[in-house]
Write a protein that binds this ligand. Sequence first.
Ligand SMILES: [Zn+2]
Length: 203
Amino acid sequence: MFEFLKQFKKDRPMRIVVNGHPALRAKSAPIGEITAEVKDFAEKLTRSLLESEVQGVGLAAPQIGVNTRMIVVKTTGDDGRSRPGALPGELILDPLMPVVLINPEIVDASQETSCVEEGCLSLPGVNGHVTRPVTVVLHATLLDGQEITAECGGLLARCLQHEIDHLDGKLFYDRIPAEEQKAADAQMKKLAKREAGLRRIQS
Ligand SMILES: [Zn+2]
């Protein structure tokens, strides 16, 4: 029933995969029932984000090699406070962080956009400017089964769009200007080579 669980080996640590891993380019499948296995996997995903060497603000399941529609976000600092002027959705989500979102989707987005430099735990050493809507409306299910619809702005809005892109096999690299892509290509190749090497060792 849950195809992705076959890919998820309980006894193995979950490595954050980098450019070149096929899971980063595949479309992820929706999650049905929130079973104990789904909750167990959510814990692994959260741990992978919190324990990563480089501090990240979000992680999507494909980044640990599993093509299922789950992300975890933590855009609040250590004090857990919402930013001044936070939108209602941020006030809902911020206190729950790190928060796992199941089947997250952007159901509305502002006309207004901003261009901000992004990075990604799966593309270490790569940065580039991405234009995205400033505010979005998120629809998602929480681990306790509660469905939420939340208007979000700031870093959270950007993070949600970046992570949901991962569920559709899209990387921020695809959205940066051609000249920035060109500048990043050597590093992208290096990462793909490293990923291929790691996969050979694991299999
Ligand atoms: Zn990413």
